[in-house]
Design a protein around this ligand. Structure first.
Ligand code: GLC
Length: 532
């Protein structure tokens, strides 16, 4: 497992909305450079930056027109190199976004591929051979190109699917994954990765990583084979490069494909959804972190534990506060509920990701019309709020020229005020990250054992090395027992351990969380043997 990931805490930047250094109303790479000290002070030591490549921006840059060119609105390739260098000077690693599954319809490869006469790129995308040979089970487009047949889409209409082949071709126009045309696609994508690694990035977040091969089997063995082919060659030349997948199946992504980390994403009804965004089950919000959500940690653990058990020796599950595709937690959770959620995210194993603005509790904006294919996601993509000045410090441009409007609510949080207020969410985040950096047992690797978890009961207690975490998101108060000799090293709310004979009585107040550390060898031993 990649050594530097052990203590990595990532910060995700949506470049459009982070900081506008040149006053044109949209964030840029120089703007990110100017805020690196801020990110370092917060305690994050790694970045994931959403796509900054040349694009018509019909899907916010996930429609790449040129993989090897920074979009003019963000700056130049030289700015990207400077960003990598400046980040490295501060001990910050940078992962950039790789979109391997599709390009923009304006990409040169696709223009060539659309031509009637055969050329090098004819099979770079998935085309059927005849207009009525639609692509069963997949969206496709006809009537737009000179050549016969229709082409397959990967996401929006503007995003034709690149051709990595079909696991079991059944039609003459379907290529196998080792067909020379599909090998050429694979090689082209490895070449893009190498291009940016040579420029100094530290790896990639891989978009829709699980869906390269069409009609793959249940284990995604075709797609896995492709990464198994690409990644070792890159590691040979860039041994520190790290890769995180948008896959949501760590066993496949890590053990199958060889990724370092896999995101645990919010999908309706899944484990992580039950923690933070279970808005509609049984007609009400049942999220575990809602004080009145009748929380059920088992909904999470039943899915998480098998995933964790299968991958803890080989890679990391990445819990996220949010991302550019997901409503921010502020949509439904209060400040205290969010603090407890973050306390959990930053003390669990794996590699955590913090989404820009989540450290100050930026709002999820329900009211915004879709921007660049954002739809409901637009509400999580608004400009970062730096201070109480013009455009909340995001940009010097006129408000009408901003990429998206800044939050105009009178209580919109901003970084400057949050830093001054010791009770702000910012300080909770900063303290939690510092706690994680200070103790190896709270970082990526140390085994996590569930001590107490029961359906619709509180608290949730888990143990990592010399540390015991106690989490009670409910409004109830309760008493538990923990082994004697533990000292509280971090706490939210009213929670304490009172010595009684050989063990301590734990008083757990409403909406509280604490990290207890074994202070003696005896306590450590007792904790190892301890179950409830
Ligand atoms: C991923 C990205 C999302 C994008 C889609 C298509 O899910 O995170 O923002 O729209 O892929 O590339």
């Amino acid at each position: 497992m990649m050594k530097w990931l052990q203590d990595a805490v990532f910060y995700e930047i949506y470049p459009q909305s982070f900081y506008d250094a040149n006053g044109d109303g949209i964030g840029d790479l120089i703007g990110i450079i100017e805020k690196l000290d801020y990110i370092k002070e917060l305690g994050c030591n790694a970045l994931w930056i959403n796509p900054f490549y040349d694009s018509p921006f019909k899907d916010a840059g996930y429609d790449v027109r040129d993989y090897k060119k920074v979009a003019a609105r963000y700056g130049t390739d030289e700015d990207a190199v400077r960003l990598f260098e400046e980040a490295h000077k501060r001990g910050i690693k940078v992962l950039i976004d790789l979109v391997p599954g599709h390009t923009s319809e304006e990409h040169e490869w696709f223009k060539e591929s659309s031509k009637a006469e055969k050329n090098e790129y004819s099979d770079r995308y998935i085309w059927s051979d005849f207009i009525f040979n639609g692509i069963e089970g997949h969206p496709y487009i006809g009537g737009e190109a000179e050549r016969d047949g229709v082409y397959m889409l990967n996401f929006f209409k503007c995003q034709p699917a690149l051709n990595y082949g079909w696991l079991t071709p059944t039609e003459p126009w379907q290529k196998g994954i080792d067909d020379p045309a599909c090998l050429a696609t694979r090689k082209a994508m490895a070449d893009v990765m190498r291009f940016w690694l040579e420029k100094g990035c530290d790896g990639f977040r891989v978009d829709m990583a699980d869906s390269l091969v069409k009609e793959d089997d249940a284990n995604k063995s075709g797609t896995c084979r492709i990464y198994r082919d690409i990644l070792p060659g890159l590691w040979h030349d860039f041994p520190q490069a790290a890769f995180v997948s948008e896959w949501n199946n760590p066993d496949q992504a890590i053990n199958g494909a060889g990724f370092d980390m896999d995101f645990y994403l919010n999908h309706p009804g899944n484990g992580v959804n039950s923690l933070f965004r279970d808005y509609i089950t049984e007609g009400e919000d049942r999220s575990f972190f809602r004080a009145d959500g009748h929380g059920d940690i088992m909904k999470f653990l039943e899915e998480y534990q098998p995933r964790y058990n299968k991958t803890m020796m080989s890679g990391y599950i990445s819990l996220i506060t949010c991302n550019h595709d997901t409503p921010r937690l502020t949509k439904t959770l209060t400040k205290r509920e969010i603090e407890l959620a973050y306390a959990f995210i930053f003390t669990m194993p794996g590699v955590p990701f913090l989404y820009y603005g989540d450290e100050i509790g930026m709002k999820y904006r329900e009211d915004l019309p879709t921007k660049e294919g954002g739809y409901f996601r637009t509400g999580s993509r608004t400009p970062m709020q730096w201070n109480s000045g013009k455009n909340l410090g995001f940009s010097e441009a006129d408000a009408a020229d901003l990429y998206l409007p800044v939050d105009d609510a009178p209580d919109a949080p901003n970084v400057e005020d949050a830093m001054k207020d010791p009770d702000s969410l910012y300080h909770t985040v900063k303290d939690l990250i510092a706690l994680r950096h200070a103790h190896k047992d709270l970082q990526a690797n140390t085994y996590c054992e569930v001590i107490y978890a029961e359906k619709e009961k509180f608290p949730f207690i888990y143990k990592r090395g010399s540390f015991i975490m106690v989490l009670n998101p409910s409004r109830e108060t309760m008493t538990n027992i923990i082994p004697a000799g533990f000292e509280k090293v971090y706490g939210i709310g009213d929670i304490e351990a009172l010595p009684v004979d050989e063990s301590d009585v734990l008083k757990v107040g409403p909406q509280s969380f604490a990290v207890f550390k074994a202070t003696t060898e005896k306590a450590r031993e007792a904790a190892i043997a301890w179950k409830q």
